[in-house]
Design a protein. Structure first.
Ligand code: 5GP
Ligand code: MN
Length: 344
């Protein structure tokens, strides 16, 4: 069953039926959770809690410090350091909501536990090419964020008036972070209407912005300096990329989330249509890649085809098992086949 906007009233009624009696509910999101992942999970958590369900949010691993003020975040169970409890919650769940991802492989070490869980799955997500594990799917790649979809989900359940200041705050976080503060193409007039209503319902927009973005440390600003120093432009492909080695990260006292947004530095150069950042992770023995584009060039396809990743048309992630320099070499060797599309 596949719900697209406008949502099918039958499916909504079935979900309403499921939620009409108290349930054990688990909400899970993707590995390396971002603002949209944590925001949507906690918004749904607060909403369902008010109906006296037994609700648990589980993330595969930890998330950056700049998200550690979002209402309810202290209740989140991290699978990687609490696997025993997390597994039993997933096994005992009647309902599992999977938010901001659409394929179990995105759930890190939780993948196996999820794939054998007997619960009814509900997917709410805005990424491309959804898998088919969920009985109820609300999948819409046109949406700015999973957080916006949580708003529409509550709206379809006829519960807009149940949006508290806490819920409004959680939803606002993910809408703001996934749209680059309401600037990306996915930002529609509806996005702004939803945000206006969230402010009316108690989301403090200025303070949320400050809590997310004005949390730099000196070492993070200096890491940005290193990233800028390493920025390379390939004018014949309208492409810019940044590398950061493990050594450079260590020098800068790197913490999760410190490189957030760096990839956009390359994309902000006039004429650049494709920007990447390659970040060495010696612990996981991978190079983590973030890809961004402007216009028609699909980084989702590019990452799927070459770097075991995916995401959205203009924003995707990927990985490589080669060394940092071999990864960059591989990347540069692939570019000529995209020369035409990058020069359109
Ligand atoms: P980021 O570069 O910020 O890690 O990710 C950009 C977007 O691509 C996010 O929406 C993220 O969920 C998605 N994404 C990141 N890594 C992967 C990946 O390995 N596979 C898929 N399918 N999506 C990814
Ligand atoms: Mn998202």
């Amino acid at each position: 069953m596949y719900l697209r906007q406008p949502m099918n009233i039958d499916e909504i009624n079935k979900i309403k039926g499921l939620l009409s009696t108290s349930k054990n509910i688990v909400i899970v999101t993707h590995k390396n959770p971002d603002g949209d992942a944590v925001g949507s999970s906690l918004a749904l958590y607060h909403y369902l809690n008010a109906y006296k369900h037994n609700v648990t949010v589980i993330t595969p691993n930890d998330y950056p410090d700049f998200l550690k003020w979002i209402p309810g975040q202290e209740t989140i169970i991290k699978f990687d350091n609490n696997a025993h409890i997390a597994k039993s919650k997933i096994e005992e769940a009647d309902l599992i909501f999977t938010l901001d991802f659409n394929h179990f492989s995105r759930s890190g070490d939780m993948e196996k536990t999820l794939s054998v869980a007997e619960a009814t799955f509900v997917m709410i997500d805005h990424h491309q090419q959804p898998d088919s594990y969920a009985k109820y799917m609300y999948s819409d790649t046109g949406m700015s964020s999973t957080c916006q979809m949580i708003y529409h989900f509550i709206e379809k359940l006829d519960d807009i008036e149940k949006i508290t200041p806490k819920i409004a705050t959680c939803i606002y976080v993910g809408m703001m972070t996934d749209t680059g503060s309401f600037r990306f193409r996915s930002t529609t007039s509806t996005t702004h209407r939803v945000v206006a209503d969230l402010i009316d319902k108690g989301a403090d927009n200025t303070s949320i912005h400050e809590k997310i973005y004005d949390t730099n440390t000196l070492s993070r600003i200096q890491l940005k300096g290193i990233a800028l120093n390493n920025l390379k432009v390939l004018p014949e492909y309208n492409t810019a990329y940044i590398t950061l080695s493990q050594k450079e990260l260590d020098q800068s006292d790197f913490k999760k989330g410190d490189t957030e947004g760096f990839v956009n530095l390359g994309l902000s150069i006039t004429g650049i249509k494709f920007a990447l950042i390659f970040i060495e992770n010696k612990g996981d023995e991978i190079i983590k890649i973030s890809l961004r584009s402007k216009g028609d060039f699909s980084v989702n396809e590019f990452s799927r085809n070459h770097f075991e990743g995916g995401g959205h048309h203009n924003a995707a992630g990927g990985r490589s098992n080669l060394s940092l320099s071999d990864t960059v070499e591989k990347f540069i060797s692939i570019l000529p086949s995209y020369k035409n599309v990058l020069n359109q």
